[in-house]
Design a protein around this ligand. Structure first.
Ligand code: ADP
Length: 491
């Protein structure tokens, strides 16, 4: 299987319906290292609409091979792929680090969690499916069958370039669907590693295609194809809304994981050491580029001690490239995002918010050619600041105060998003009240807004998500349909 490895000019073919292919036109697009934008990590094929359509049609025609395999055997393929990913973890993590700008340790953690997803869903090949139901008619055996949908399309973002594909591919494949995945144009190699592990583990080649590329090249050929039965999307709220509208005139299932503006409330009785450590880790890991990143803090009562603690921790963070063991926070994904984050902070400044730490591009020999932004803490007026509402998707933490718990809960819910929230307190009654009242899909008490394990249902409310959760047992529902069967056996 050497033909799919990068060639001397860094050309990386992609996997379309079982074959590693270049572009029909022989045009290639660049995959750039955000830690040093002079470096091209790889060149990927610019696929044509015909290539995309052919891959979907091959998957559709051959879907029965995978769908017809016993679920336990499908599970074995996922389990073997998980094992291969663990075996290859260092190589894969290096590519994740190079194209996504993560620290090597962050990349390694992501790769291992991707293996966890495949392992979890692989094990579910042995899950009891369907139900036996009572029927009023004598001599009638009535039950439900749980079936795959057919060809499903997965569209993923760059910030967790192998984890997000694994979160979707696991349930889609164990349910017996064929998968066409479109990874983000900034990070195509990571998804290709996942595909390689699945194919090497014995997945029928036509059950998985990786449509690399920019939306303007491949978006329409994917979304418009009549064989696509469901679309699961992770990315910005703007694009999620666009896709929802685009698909609304057809009976195509749509699942979305979109933005967040996740708040942590710190009550006066909280342990500030713990709270500030968890908040800064939640805000600055992956340079804040996580949908569950902590981006707002509400201190009930006086903010000065908490602010001091947050500044103290932000000041200690060493910004630098992921290959450097010394680095504690990597770059933003690309120069456009660097400009946008800088502009968001400038706008907040102009509106009167007070930058307590950071607030500008990081400078220095190791970072000058990359997209590095300093860890930033800003004291804001929550009723006026643009930072209170807008998802910045960078290392920017907005801190406000509230006079009491009631106002703090209102502050958390004062958002079009509803992904994740947390409260720090030792008062269990307060904590339970918080859990009940906040309008978010995930709520934590004395724990971070991020970091939800593979078997925990995950998904946001309001403009952060759609009706169905990912992960856990719930994650399979989106990829299956239920057929109700009545068998009369007395005639
Ligand atoms: P971001 O703004 O953070 O880069 P996006 O939501 O634009 O995130 O992108 C998430 C994923 O959605 C990527 O794979 C991207 O290529 C894809 N995407 C963006 N626009 C479209 C579109 N019009 N059609 C299909 N896919 C799209």
């Amino acid at each position: 299987m050497m033909e799919h490895i990068l060639d001397a000019r860094n050309k990386q073919p992609t996997l379309l319906a079982g074959e590693w292919v270049g572009a029909a036109s022989d045009e290639w697009f660049e995959d750039i290292d955000p830690a040093d934008t002079r470096k091209i990590v790889a060149l990927l094929p610019r696929l044509s609409g015909d290539q995309v359509a052919a891959a979907i049609e091959t998957a559709d025609r051959n879907g029965g091979v995978w769908a017809g395999a016993p679920a336990i055997d499908r599970g074995r393929v996922l389990l073997e792929a998980a094992r291969l990913i663990r075996e290859r973890v260092d190589d894969i993590a290096t590519d994740v680090r190079r194209e996504a700008g993560k620290l090597q340790a962050e990349a390694k953690g992501e790769v291992l969690k991707s293996a966890d997803f495949l392992e979890y869903y692989g094990g579910l090949g042995r899950l009891a499916q369907g139900a036996v139901l009572p029927d009023e008619r004598p001599g009638t055996f009535t039950h439900t069958l749980v079936e795959p949908l057919g060809v499903v399309l997965l569209i993923t973002a760059w910030n967790d370039p192998i984890l997000t594909p694994a979160r979707k591919i696991g349930p889609a494949l164990i349910a017996g669907n064929s998968v066409v995945i479109k990874p983000a144009e900034d990070t195509p190699l990571s998804a290709l590693h996942l595909a390689r592990a699945l194919i090497d583990a014995g997945l029928p080649a036509t059950a998985l295609s990786v449509v690399v590329g920019h939306p303007e090249d491949v978006g329409e050929p994917l979304l418009g194809h009549p064989a696509i039965k469901a679309v699961s999307f992770t990315g910005s709220t703007r694009t999620g809304r666009l896709l929802r509208t685009r698909l609304s005139d057809r009976n195509v299932r749509f699942q979305a994981e979109m933005g967040g503006k996740n708040a942590v409330v710190v009550l006066p009785d909280a342990d500030l050491e713990t709270a500030s450590a968890v908040i800064t880790a939640g805000a600055f890991a992956q340079a804040g580029q996580r949908c569950t990143a902590t981006s707002r803090v509400i201190a009930v009562g006086d903010t000065s001690r908490l602010n001091e603690a947050l500044i103290g921790r932000a000041r200690e963070i060493r910004v630098g490239p992921g290959w450097d063991q010394d680095s504690q926070m990597g770059p933003l994904i690309n120069p456009v995002r660097l400009e946008e984050v800088s502009a968001d902070v400038q706008e907040a400044r102009d509106r009167g918010d007070r930058v307590l730490w950071g607030g500008e591009r990081a400078r220095g020999e190791k970072v000058d050619h990359g997209c590095f932004f300093s860890p930033t803490v800003i004291a804001v007026d929550s009723s006026l600041s643009p930072l209170w509402q807008k998802e910045v998707f960078g290392p920017v933490l907005a801190v406000a105060s509230a006079p009491n718990v009631d106002a703090a809960v209102k502050g958390v819910n004062d958002s079009s998003y509803g992904l994740s929230a947390a409260v720090f307190t030792r008062d269990l009654a307060m904590a339970m009240e918080f859990v009940r009242r906040v309008d978010t899909g995930q709520v934590a008490v004395n724990r971070p807004t991020s970091g939800w394990d593979v078997h925990l249902p995950f998904g946001g409310f309001k403009e952060s998500g759609s009706w169905s959760k990912e992960q856990g047992l719930e994650g399979i529902d989106f990829y299956t349909r239920v057929k109700t069967v009545a068998i009369g056996y007395d005639s």
